[in-house]
Design a protein around this ligand. Structure first.
Ligand code: ZN
Length: 159
């Protein structure tokens, strides 16, 4: 391990202890050249986040695929590409597990969109959940709260 201050290779571990409830090892190091101290963390990295689909099949999580869906839901809405990229590319770290159900991805994405833009949220909701009737869809929108009333004309225009 190189010293981050002087780049010397001659550093040694002073002590190490578990951190983050055992998920990481925290090591305190000292540089033999400049005598400065620094901390490193060692943690396990999952190979790749696996998605468990409703059919029971598994596939590797693909942030680009999630990003595509977000872009479609946010088309012409006041949402920046940067906001969407941040969500899609940090998703794997947020989950902190080797596997995630596709429903859970949908749930987290809905939560994210709800905080961003109501129209994008409703667009994603309409695709993601197979509503068996128009009434159930409208009911879901009503539950959004008082803002929902203002959205109804917009929905009609777009459908
Ligand atoms: Zn040093």
């Amino acid at each position: 391990m190189k010293c981050p201050f002087c780049s010397s290779d001659d550093t040694r571990v002073i002590n190490s202890r578990p951190s983050d409830e055992g998920a990481a090892i925290r090591r305190r190091r000292e540089c033999a050249a400049c005598h400065r101290r620094f901390t490193t963390y060692e943690r396990a990295q999952f190979e790749a986040l696996m998605v468990r689909k409703r059919s029971g099949r598994h596939e590797a999580f693909n942030p680009d695929k999630l990003l595509d869906k977000l872009r479609i839901a946010c088309n012409k809405r006041p949402v920046t590409e940067k906001q969407l990229r941040e969500f899609a590319y940090s998703f794997e770290d947020e989950v902190q597990a080797p596997e995630v159900a596709s429903d859970e991805i949908g749930r987290r994405t809905l939560q994210f969109l709800k905080s961003l833009d109501d129209v994008a949220y409703i667009r994603f909701l309409s695709v993601y959940r197979d509503f068996d009737s128009v009434d159930r869809f409208i009911e879901e929108i009503r539950q959004l709260g008082s803002d929902a009333a203002a959205l109804e004309p917009e929905l009609e225009r777009e459908s």
